[in-house]
Design a protein around this ligand. Sequence first.
Ligand SMILES: [Fe+2]
Length: 221
Amino acid sequence: MVDFDTETNLDLIARYRNAGFEAVADGVMDFFDRRTDLHSKGRSFESDGLLDPEGPAKVSTDISLVSIDHSDPEAFALSEVIIRGVKSALDKYIQERKLFLACCPEKALFVNPIFNIQRYAPGEGFKSWHCDWTISNDATEPINRVLAWILYCNDIDSAGTEFLWQELHEPAERGKIIIFPAGLSHIHRGRVNLKQSKTIATGWINAGNLDSYISRLASNK
Ligand SMILES: [Fe+2]
């Protein structure tokens, strides 16, 4: 049963925290510090190939993770616990917003197993306003993105995520997962801190079924 009064009062930016998420955040920090072999220069799908006079849209150091890739046991184990945490947050999100899933294509959503850990050094950030939905051709199937998620891995003063039309600054707090719509209604950017570095894990929640997505990934190899 849908309780319209309860549902319409809900914000579409939701935040979830518990001791388990804090432990996962600590695991991400430790993994990122140690596994410098996996570091790569951050890229954003939105800014690829564009020459912006104000500089790159996103400056960061990233680790890309795939929670179905067993080739690196440590990376696999960490990505599994991250995805499990995001799934539990997503379960709550859709329990609280029954119409959200009911109106979704195929009435199904899944946490995309491909995602990133990003570290922004002091002065770095995803500085330009953007949304997480694009129509580019990528293995993550960005056209199917419905929601985005961020796990903040450290507490950092005034360097969270700014949402333009919601006039909201979501602070970066260790162990907090936020889930929000990937589309144009939730244009956002990272707030930059000039003194401290910020680490997050972030990815997407797509419409459809995980098993069919994994079969498409396998057939495109
Ligand atoms: Fe984003």
